[in-house]
Unconditional design. Sequence first.
Length: 269
Amino acid sequence: MHPRAVLFATICSLFFVPSAFAENQARLIYDMPANKLEAGIEKEIRQSGEMEDVVAFINDLFRLPMPKPLDFKLGGKEGPLYDDKSNEILIPYTFIQEVRSRFRAADYSETGVSVEEATMDALTHTLFHELAHALIYIYKLPVLGKEEDAADGLASVLLIEFFEDGAEMAISAADLFDLESDDIESFEAEDFLDEHSLDLQRFYTTLCHVYGSDPAKYAYLRKETGFSEDRADLCIDEYENISRSWLFLLKPYMQQNKTNSAGTKKPQP
């Protein structure tokens, strides 16, 4: 069995959910591959079963009243993104290949995490990031600050709070941001005007939240990132605030009586 098993943390009792929507579940859909490369990626993802586990986790953790099911669609040309018109989260096969290629080119397996594991970690973080956009749009959740930063925050919180070794999964996602930052040779105005924070900022912020979630266990991150003592202390406060805020906002949409339930094991890739 895959060592990164989904484990549920303590979830408070359910609030009343005022909504005229029907309750629909998240679904995983594989789009038709466009070529042999995409067909190979689809086959690998299907065989691993990990994306099915992630979507099952979402359905097990949440009850989501919405006009129609939330589809996680792998394939196509657009994305990663949440399409509010179709209520779909779109993740192209080419994105998955790009992520894998970046980790492979960086010899990521030397960190002790295989390229395949790191790719699935980053993909899961991406799915949760887009899930955040969907939840914000559908339920008109308040967002203070940049929505993209808030979505990164939820992705990290779901990994850290509900997955065994979820913090390590978030570290893989952070490392992807670091690798993506290498594409920038010089900054231009549009880099600062973009709705996303800079990739290097996303890298440090994600690691800050991992450190803040367990300063003793992840003390080494403080040294590796160069966080000052003051910044490290702020990371603890930031993670506490962001996790408390997201879980409070999502409490009305969480399933009842999910305290310390065992999640579905991920099979070996």
